[in-house]
Structures are given as structure tokens and as C-alpha cells.
Design a binder for this molecule. Structure first.
Ligand code: SAM
Ligand code: ZN
Length: 295
């Protein structure tokens, strides 16, 4: 692991700075967290979390699906959005990073990025730690105060994952940006042939903006739509990796019967960039109404 940026991590027990030596994070008060054999750090202490991260089966499906390149156009859009709006993408935190796919895209494009993968799922962070040897992977619950110093994160990614608006605002550095990806209605239409789909609530991107209560405003919003041609095994992975898998057991996601024609499946996303009000980066899109009263 390369040197941890100074003043980034804080101790989850006492909030003093955490330093890294020989794969152990420690604070001056003597709280210590050793790296797991798989490379990530588990900072969850005491009661842990009442929430569940993705299971190993969901993570395997996600890895197989992302490995096919089906979300590569989305990854390119996320990287472009982050680079267009961050004045200096040094520390990049992905909250709900999963296997680190989007962080990897950004770190591979912008030298000097220090990627930080945060997720509740150890199965996901095993993959992220392997994929991002130049960064750090941290098991943590996004609903607890984040183990980062205030103003320490230059770019914060949040891709199909829960978001803690107050904490995102606190950890964001001046001039930093938050890039949020949400699905739009009709996302994954076509997958019904393999199993049940959860419907996507309308106006999710507006809800994202409203959840920041004006503490961040929208610097850009882009809708990205395309059609994926998915062989049956990838179509099944797309179903198993998502929230539908929590409701229908993965085994019920339908057998892989083949050879069969690939399924035409819709990809429909919104990529939003949020920044502090008054900050004026070189931006591509309009600053939107911070009250979220448009549309
Ligand atoms: C739909 S997946 C998206 C993963 C990744 N962003 C991607 O798109 O490849 C949602 C992720 O959020 C994580 N997650 C769910 N609840 C969480 C929480 N309370 N704190 C941190 N991560 C959480 C899950 O473990 C999972 O990896
Ligand atoms: Zn401590």
C-alpha cells in the first residue's frame, strides 16, 4: 500500500488521526486495526452494523457482469464527470464501492488519485483491495459517521449505493465534487425474461438533490441510455447482482438455458455532479435549482 495521505482517516473509536504502519492502522490513543489477509481494513467496531452488505453470490455476479464491459459506457461517463468537475482529484472515495470497478476506472485515467473503497460487504472489498493496490479498502457502514477527516475527500463517487448526505458534505474538500449514479425508470427492462425486477421509483435524481437540502447544488446532470445485448448467463448475473436478488432467492432467478439468443436489455442511468454552492468549476452543465423545485 502506498503512503496513506496525511489527515485522511480518523479513528472510529476516538476520532483522532489514524496512521498506517506495516498494514496496521493505529491512533495515538492505542486503537489498532490490522489489515485482513484479503487486504481490506475492517473499522467496524462494537455493534457493527444492522445493515447487510452484498452477499458473496451477489458480488460474484456483479464481477462477472462488470467484467463483460456492459457498464463500460457508464464507467466512462462517471470518470469524465469527476474529472470535469474536481479541481484536483487526489483522494477519491467511493461510498458503496462494491468491487471497485468505478474507482479503478478513475485511478487508471488520472495519475495521482488515491482510491478509497468503502463498503459493508467484505466479499466486495476482497475484490476491491485486489483491484486497487494503490489505495485502501475499508469495511464501514455508510450510515455511521464516516472515518474520514472533514474536508479530506476531493471526489466522492456513489453508484447505485446508499448515501449519507450530511456526512458526504462534511468530508468533501473545498472545490470537491460528488458524482452520483441512479437508475431511471425502465432500467434493465428486458430482464423480466429471466426473473422478477424491482421497479425504479420515478424522479430518483431529484430525490438525491433534495436530500442534500441545498448544502450541495447540481453542477451537471446527464442521462445515459443504451441497449445491452446480454447472453443468458450475463442476463442472470444482472439480476442476481441487484436488489431483486434480496427479494427473490438467486436460485429462483431462472435457469440458464442455452444456447439462446442474447436478450436486449435497457441501460438507463442518470449521472449527477454535486458541488458546494458558490463553487464555480469549469463545468459542462447548468447549475440547477438547489431547492429541487424544477421538474
Ligand atoms: C448495488 S451495489 C453497487 C456497488 C458498486 N457501486 C457498483 O456499482 O459496482 C450497492 C453496494 O452498497 C453496499 N452497501 C449497502 N448498504 C451499505 C451500507 N449501509 N454501508 C456501506 N455500503 C453499503 C453493498 O454492499 C453493495 O456493494
Ligand atoms: Zn482511537
Amino acid at each position: 500500500m502506498p503512503p496513506l495521505p496525511r489527515d485522511l482517516l480518523v479513528c472510529p473509536v476516538c476520532a483522532s488521526p489514524l496512521e498506517e504502519t506495516d498494514r496496521t492502522l493505529a491512533c495515538a490513543q492505542g486503537h489498532r486495526f490490522d489489515a485482513a489477509r484479503q487486504g481490506y481494513f475492517n473499522l467496524l467496531t462494537g455493534r457493527g452494523s444492522p445493515f447487510e452488505g452484498d452477499t458473496a453470490e451477489m458480488v460474484d455476479a456483479r464481477e462477472q457482469f462488470l467484467g463483460s464491459g456492459a457498464y463500460e459506457p457508464l464507467r466512462r461517463a462517471v470518470v469524465a464527470a469527476a474529472l470535469a468537475h474536481a479541481s484536483a482529484p487526489g483522494v477519491v472515495l467511493d461510498a458503496g464501492a462494491g468491487t471497485g470497478y468505478y474507482l479503478d476506472g478513475l485511478a487508471g485515467t488520472a495519475p495521482g488519485v488515491f482510491p478509497v473503497a468503502l463498503d459493508l460487504s467484505k466479499a466486495a472489498l476482497r475484490r476491491a483491495a485486489r483491484r486497487l493496490p494503490g489505495g485502501i479498502s475499508i469495511v464501514w457502514d455508510v450510515w455511521r459517521p464516516l472515518p474520514f477527516a472533514s474536508g479530506s475527500v476531493d471526489v466522492l463517487l456513489n453508484v447505485f449505493a446508499p448515501r449519507n448526505a450530511d456526512e458526504f458534505v462534511r468530508v468533501l474538500a473545498p472545490g470537491g465534487c460528488v458524482v452520483v449514479v441512479t437508475p431511471r425508470p425502465g432500467h434493465l427492462a428486458g430482464l423480466e425474461a429471466v426473473g422478477p425486477l424491482l421497479s425504479v421509483p420515478a424522479y430518483k435524481a431529484d430525490d438525491v438533490l433534495a436530500s442534500f437540502g441545498g448544502a450541495l447544488v447540481e453542477a451537471a446532470r446527464e442521462d445515459l441510455d443504451y441497449v445491452m445485448s446480454l447472453p443468458q448467463d450475463l442476463a442472470r448475473s444482472a439480476l442476481v447482482m441487484g436488489p431483486a436478488a434480496r427479494h427473490a432467492r438467486a436460485g429462483q432467478a431462472g435457469p440458464v438455458v442455452g444456447p439462446a439468443a442474447p436478450l436486449e436489455v435497457a441501460a438507463r442511468f442518470t449521472v449527477q455532479v454535486l458541488v458546494a454552492p458558490g463553487f464555480s468549476p469549469d463545468r459542462e452543465g447548468p447549475i440547477r435549482d438547489p431547492e429541487g423545485t424544477e421538474g
